[in-house]
Design a protein around this ligand. Structure first.
Ligand code: PMV
Length: 311
């Protein structure tokens, strides 16, 4: 059944995210901790006279990001079409969607989930098909990630701080924590989450027992971090971030730049630092001592871009 699309347009937003603990191991059932970021993606959906649905990136507003390589553009286009397909039964014809992404893309800050959530919400806002949002987001995320754990989707949809387990059904508990100041540094080039997840899966096939131990360790770190976050024990949170980074190195997803950025952060006074997201490039995050931005300066002195968020 199609809907009367008398509304001139629909709008939606999705949040970016920061994985504080547990990436990769979360794919295999270990718990993880994620925070929504205030920056993310915004989408506007309108009818179009074109023969097919079209996607445009609005690069006129600052800061904004859009895919640059042909491969990136193709992936984004396929994700867009996958999301639109879910809404096919409610759309009367092709749709024109304009997206603004306020995060750097492909660096582990959840731009792809923010993109999928913003578009699915804009299409739902326009057609009234709120019950299609979840499936729309899953369709987009499957193109970007292959087999996503759902952690990015949770953060992009809900924002806030969550303890998450990729079980059936998914489990997410909201975490109350005193305000934390976290620095984020883009230390490496963009990397493909899908490829990084596949690399871990291949390494895991060779060493199933050792990888299982590493996943259990990362899960224990996330559980301990959940308690430390509730208590606001920043020294412990920082120590656990360092341990988590070491375990991610053992999974094979760090790089010399990411290690160096963690080292620079710790030397400049961070309580702890780790890569965040899929690794292979992209970002690290560091817990900053209250009101002290020396870590951000140390990163910028090395030529890396850096930002600070209150979580
Ligand atoms: O999208 P990224 O780069 O932040 O990575 C997502 C986190 C992974 O654990 C590596 C994959 C997943 O689906 O959970």
């Amino acid at each position: 059944m199609s809907t009367d699309l008398s509304e001139p347009e629909g709008r939606g937003t999705g949040a970016g995210k920061l994985i504080l603990f547990g990436e990769h191991a979360v794919v295999y059932g270990a718990p993880a901790i994620v925070a929504g970021l205030p920056d993310g993606a915004r989408a506007v959906a309108r009818p179009t006279s074109s023969e097919t649905s079209t996607l445009t990136f609005d690069a006129t507003r600052e800061p904004s990001s859009e895919p640059t390589s042909k491969t990136e553009r193709d992936t984004v286009e396929r994700a867009f079409r996958a999301i639109c397909e879910v809404f096919d039964d409610r759309l009367d014809g092709p749709v024109e969607v304009t997206v603004t992404v306020d995060l750097p893309i492909g660096v582990g800050l959840g731009s792809s989930a923010a993109f999928s959530v913003a578009i699915a919400r804009a299409l739902a806002d326009w057609t009234g098909a709120d019950d299609h949002i979840e499936r729309g987001v899953e369709a987009g995320e499957s193109v970007f990630h292959g087999n996503p754990s759902g952690i990015d989707q949770l953060a992009a949809t809900e924002g806030g701080l969550h303890f998450f387990t990729n079980s059936d059904p998914l489990q997410a508990t909201s975490l109350d924590s005193p305000d934390l100041e976290v620095g984020i540094c883009v230390a490496g080039p963009p990397a493909s989450t899908r490829e990084m997840v596949e690399n871990v899966a291949r390494r895991r096939e060779h060493e199933p027992d050792l990888f299982e131990h590493l996943e259990l360790l990362i899960g224990d770190v996330a559980r301990a971090a959940s308690a430390a976050l509730r208590e606001g024990d920043e020294a412990r949170i920082g120590e656990l971030m360092d341990i988590n980074h070491g375990a991610l190195a053992s999974l094979g997803v760090t790089t010399s730049e990411l290690d160096e950025a963690c080292h620079v952060a710790r030397e400049a006074g961070a309580r702890g630092a780790k890569l965040t997201g899929a690794g292979g490039g992209g970002c690290i995050c560091a817990l900053l001592p209250d009101g002290d931005h020396s870590v951000l300066e140390a990163w910028r002195d090395r030529g890396w871009s850096a930002a600070c968020y209150q979580l």
